[in-house]
Design a protein around this ligand. Structure first.
Ligand code: PMP
Length: 427
């Protein structure tokens, strides 16, 4: 089977998992060889309700009977309803949505809206960011390196991510005071040709090492943008729809983005994303020529799944669950930190949690080999987690992001496996 995959599939993510999947259900993935794997990745951080939630399956079945796909300029009731429900969930003036498929696409559209609205073209991101791998978004994705993929979009700038545990400008000792944001913008101002259109940020830099932006950072970023007539784009591909213990992560800071993108979690596993902005921004962008007539814009089937996701989040109180289970998970990880010198930091929000492995708690030297060994051993024992890295040189942060429906019993199973894997790998 392995050979077949390597023969017929492009290796889009390096190696494939050492098994083939037969079925996924709830928090579990079942392999063709009968192994049950507890999925602390929620698929690709998308299956917030667990795999194959019956309500998503029902919604898709209903939608399939009423029309799978329409011409791009036609919309059905579900598409309208989803856009209306998103506007209701969001603060003013965020009310106009475009329904798309992937996270990359939502951010690509956000950048194009910002460029059309401002008439400018330069874009600022954070080091350690991930916003997608299409040409525009890849240019502001600074957590992966750009080897084999240049040149970037002209006018793409990275400013240092506010990484409290390893201050990128060696300034802060315990708490981040956001000097990196000031310094970053000073450098951008010098390098800019005077055409700054937007800044794009994740409220928790996930692929870059689970780095939550410090309190007040988003509002400070919005002020920096306003001073320069730029728009603030907040990318909630992973943090949106409950995962961090609020419906949207930006609500935890006193700020409203100019443009919000949600994806992954909105479809609960089905390709669905939305870029949402104000009537004012939409109007001017359209007047200035904004168009996005893609094949699957406003497709009915993903919209039906999105409506089911919103219903279940409300009915099962998954936002509150993310807080409770996030606290339980972090407490249990804290017990492991007391036991192992190699657990340097535990951070995150709600059920988006990172555990950083070090060789020594004092020097904070990243334990890269240990990160890879522990994730591999966990997978062998039946727990799937991602390893995330910042700038290509570190592979020592484990990401724990189970479905929001996870139970304390399942978290206990994961902790036991992680404990065993750490013990084994530390020999
Ligand atoms: N934004 C963020 C924050 C992401 O984590 C990702 C995917 N890892 C993307 C955008 C891109 O989404 P997609 O892979 O669906 O294009």
């Amino acid at each position: 089977m392995r050979d077949e995959r390597e023969r017929f599939l492009i290796r889009y993510a390096g190696d494939f998992a050492p098994f083939v999947v037969e079925k996924a259900e709830g928090a579990w993935v079942l392999t063709t060889e009968g192994q049950r794997v507890l999925d602390f990745t929620s698929g690709q951080i998308s299956s917030t309700l667990g795999h194959n939630h019956p309500r998503i399956v029902e919604a898709i079945e209903r939608s399939l009977r009423t029309g799978i796909h329409l011409n791009s300029w036609m919309v059905n009731e579900d598409v309208l309803e989803l856009a209306r429900r998103l506007a209701e969930l969001l603060p003013d003036p965020l009310e106009r949505s475009i329904l798309l498929n992937t996270g990359s696409e939502t951010n690509e559209v956000a950048l194009r809206l910002a460029k059309a609205f401002t008439g400018k073209f330069e874009v600022v991101g954070l080091t350690r960011s991930f916003h997608g791998l299409l040409a525009g978004t890849n240019s502001v994705t600074f957590s992966m390196g750009h080897k084999g993929n240049g040149p970037l979009m002209p006018g793409s700038f990275a400013i240092p991510a506010p990484y409290e545990y390893r201050c990128p400008i060696r300034h802060c000792v315990r708490r981040c005071d956001m000097t990196c944001l000031d310094v970053g913008f000073e450098i951008v101002d010098q390098a800019s040709v005077g055409s700054l259109a937007a800044m794009v940020v994740e409220p928790v830099l996930s692929t870059g090492g689970i780095i939550p932006l410090p309190e007040g950072y988003l509002s400070a970023a919005k002020r920096k943008c306003a001073e320069r007539d730029m728009l603030l784009i907040v990318d909630e591909a992973q943090t949106g729809l409950g995962r961090v213990g609020s419906m949207f992560a930006f609500e935890q800071d006193d700020v409203v983005p100019d443009i919000l993108t949600v994806s992954k979690t909105l479809g609960g596993g089905v390709p669905l994303g939305a870029t949402i902005t104000s009537a004012e921004i939409e109007q001017k962008a359209v007047d200035n020529g904004f168009l996005h007539i893609t094949t699957h814009v406003s497709d009915p089937m993903p919209a039906a799944a999105g409506l089911a996701v919103l219903d279940v989040i409300a009915e099962e109180n998954l936002v509150g669950r993310a807080q409770d289970m996030g606290r339980y998970l972090t407490d249990r990880l804290g017990e492991l930190r007391d036991k192992y010198d190699q657990i340097g930091d535990i951070r995150g929000r709600g059920l988006l949690v990172g555990l950083e492995l070090v060789t020594d708690k004092e020097t904070r030297e990243p334990a890269n080999d240990l990160g890879a060994a522990v994730t591999a051993e966990c997978l062998r024992l039946g727990l799937s987690m991602n390893i995330v890295k910042g700038d290509g040189s570190q592979r020592n942060c484990l990401r724990l992001a189970p479905p929001l429906t996870i139970t304390t019993d399942e978290i206990d199973i994961a902790i036991d496996i992680l404990d065993t894997a750490l013990r084994t790998c530390l020999g």
